[in-house]
Write a protein that binds this ligand. Structure first.
Ligand code: ITT
Length: 195
């Protein structure tokens, strides 16, 4: 019988990608109740992913999965990092602020990072993983796919921004893709009857 897994995100872009990775995993997915808000007080992506997964599991009495992610720009000493979502009110404002702060800086190197955590119904963390994807920040947005900072994140090996990639290509090379590739094989172990 499929076990219920609550996806602890309020971000529709993330949700779409998480659902794609978990399709066929044997879990029945359901969305976190909208009124359940969790304060992200952690200083790392991993700490915040664990907070979101644990608190959602405890509040719903089910297994829960959470993703905490963000963009780390080398010339900004890793900013916006865990504050990526709080950098502005909308994706457009967040992108505009990042481009303004980076200005004409020549070093445009950056990475997306993602931490994923799965909690048991009592809130204990059962699984964790992390992934990163290196790239460069463009001077202006390009492409209309994806979400968040995707239009300004350029991957030289593919000569495309995340927003110019097909959803499949982005999923296969992204920070989230790497975190899920590490996590998915371990999911079978927590699906066993005695867990
Ligand atoms: P939840 O906490 O409800 O999951 P959130 O959007 O607040 O949603 P985070 O706190 O993890 O999530 O913030 C992630 C930020 O980084 C947010 O601004 C995203 O737009 C951005 N981000 C993360 N992954 C991204 C990706 O694949 N492409 C573009 N932007 C991304």
């Amino acid at each position: 019988m499929a076990k219920l897994l609550v996806v602890a995100t309020g971000n529709p872009g993330k949700l779409r990608e998480m659902q794609a990775y978990l399709a066929g995993s044997g879990w029945e997915l359901t969305l976190k109740p909208e009124e359940l808000e969790i304060e992200e007080t952690g200083e790392t992506f991993a700490a915040n992913a664990c907070l979101k997964a644990s608190q959602t599991a405890q509040a719903t009495g089910n297994w829960a999965i959470a993703d905490d992610s963000g963009l780390q720009v080398d010339a900004l000493n890793g900013a916006p990092g865990v504050y990526s979502a709080r950098y502005g009110k909308t994706d457009a404002e967040r992108i505009a602020r990042l481009l303004r702060e980076l200005g004409n800086e020549v070093n445009r190197q950056a990475q997306f990072a993602c931490a994923v955590a799965i909690a048991r119904p009592d809130g204990a963390i059962a699984l964790q993983s992390e992934g990163v994807c290196r790239g460069e920040i463009l001077h202006a947005p390009r492409g209309h796919g994806g979400f968040g900072y995707d239009p300004i994140f350029y991957v030289p090996q593919k000569q495309l921004t995340f927003a110019e990639m097909s959803p499949e290509l982005k999923r296969s090379i992204s920070h989230r893709g790497r975190a899920f590739t590490a996590l998915l094989p371990q999911l079978d172990t927590v699906l066993s009857p005695e867990s």
